[in-house]
Design a protein around this ligand. Structure first.
Ligand code: ZN
Length: 374
């Protein structure tokens, strides 16, 4: 099983300069290789491959002293990155790769043990940079084999190292927790079929509100200072969201043995729905949460099941009759069976029933359910 662990690193001023220099070397290599591809195509209709370019690397590194400073496999990695982008372009998946400006080329990838490594005191060694202090805020799993290290400079100037590791597969434990349905909410991140509603933490919402403010100000008054504030705030919000979703997904897979979610098509959905709604779905990071649930569940012995759930919010979870409601109606009132429930909790229960059938989801009341009785 492959996983990635990210840590903040603290290069000294001198090391920072060296890293910035290497980033620039990588960026120039990327741009040169792109230009080479475009030229060969324009002049000779020759399509250059990764192998062609990698074969040239040795000579180039001999002739260009600065390029020689960047580790060989890290250079190869830059060419591979271009190759991937270029292929996606040829297949019509992406736009033509662009030449990278300084702030668009942010990371270098080293093979572990080749141009990078860890010292006995757990510091990160990078070829031609030195030994960098790492903040190990969490431990790498035991028996982890580090495959490679990606060094990244974020927009706010902070440096990070991402260790890509491979850990042996383990058989997950048997989970005895209850089952639950999850509904993506509007004012909160998720509603659970057992009645709980989970909101984003206040700090995170405050930061988000501030981000909207600053964004508006920046669109009126574009200054360098405003832009710096904006990028800093962006990464702060992103970091808080990721942290929150990590904790939430961990809690869910630890608590529940089966988690049923909607197989949402986020891209399709954001077009259909009202403007206010698409933003909150996007902000809630639903897709990210679903991804985190998937890989965390695999370890915890919990199961994630996806159901197609059209009209989830319009059905009654108790009698299955159709109760149409607009987005503004927050409560589900069923005229047929009299059920009164929070709109999103009702939807979460519909999702759970869809996945399990009535009796499995709610037990003894099964025989009362028309979906089963007919
Ligand atoms: Zn009903």
């Amino acid at each position: 099983m492959k996983r990635a662990y990210q840590y903040r690193i603290y290069p000294t001023t001198k090391q920072e300069q060296a890293l910035a220099q290497l980033l620039d070397v990588g960026r120039r290599l990327y741009n040169a290789a792109l230009e080479h591809r475009l030229l060969c195509w324009k002049r000779y209709f020759h399509s250059v491959s990764y192998t062609d370019q990698a074969a040239d690397l040795k000579r180039m590194r001999r002739e260009d002293v600065e390029l020689g400073q960047l580790n060989f496999s890290a250079c190869q990695q830059v060419l591979r990155r271009l190759d991937k982008n270029y292929r996606a372009f040829l297949q019509g998946i992406r736009k033509r790769p662009r030449f990278k400006a300084t702030d668009r080329f942010r990371s270098l990838e080293f093979r572990f043990g080749d141009g990078s490594g860890l010292t006995a005191t757990r510091r990160l060694r990078v070829q031609n940079v030195g030994v960098i202090r790492v903040r190990w805020h969490r431990v790498l799993p035991e028996q982890a084999e580090i495959k490679d290290v990606v060094i990244t400079r974020q927009a706010n100037g902070k440096w990070f190292a991402t260790f890509r590791i491979s850990v042996p597969d383990v058989t997950p434990p048997v989970h005895h927790g209850p089952m639950v349905g999850l509904d993506v909410g509007l004012n909160h991140i998720v509603a659970l079929s057992d009645g709980a509603k989970i909101k984003a933490p206040r700090l995170y919402r405050q930061a988000e509100e501030r981000l909207t403010e600053v964004q508006q100000r920046y669109s009126l008054h574009r200054s360098r200072k405003q832009r710096r504030i904006l990028t800093r705030l962006h990464s702060k919000v992103a970091r808080q969201r990721k942290d929150f979703l990590h904790k939430l997904s961990r809690r869910l897979v630890d608590t529940y043995s089966l988690i049923v979610i909607e197989s949402l098509n986020i891209k399709g959905m954001t077009h259909e729905t009202k403007p206010g709604m698409s933003k909150s779905i996007h902000d809630a990071g639903w897709a990210t949460l679903a991804k985190m649930l998937d890989y965390k569940a695999a370890n915890a012995g919990s199961e994630i099941r996806r159901v197609d759930a059209p009209h989830t919010s319009q059905l009654c979870s108790a009698c299955w009759c159709y109760v149409p409601k607009t987005l503004h109606i927050r409560e589900h009132h069923c005229p047929s069976c009299g059920l009164v429930l929070d709109r999103d909790v009702n939807a979460a229960r519909v999702i759970l029933v869809r996945a399990l059938g009535w009796d499995a989801a709610f037990g003894p009341r099964a025989e009362k359910h028309p979906a089963l009785v007919g």
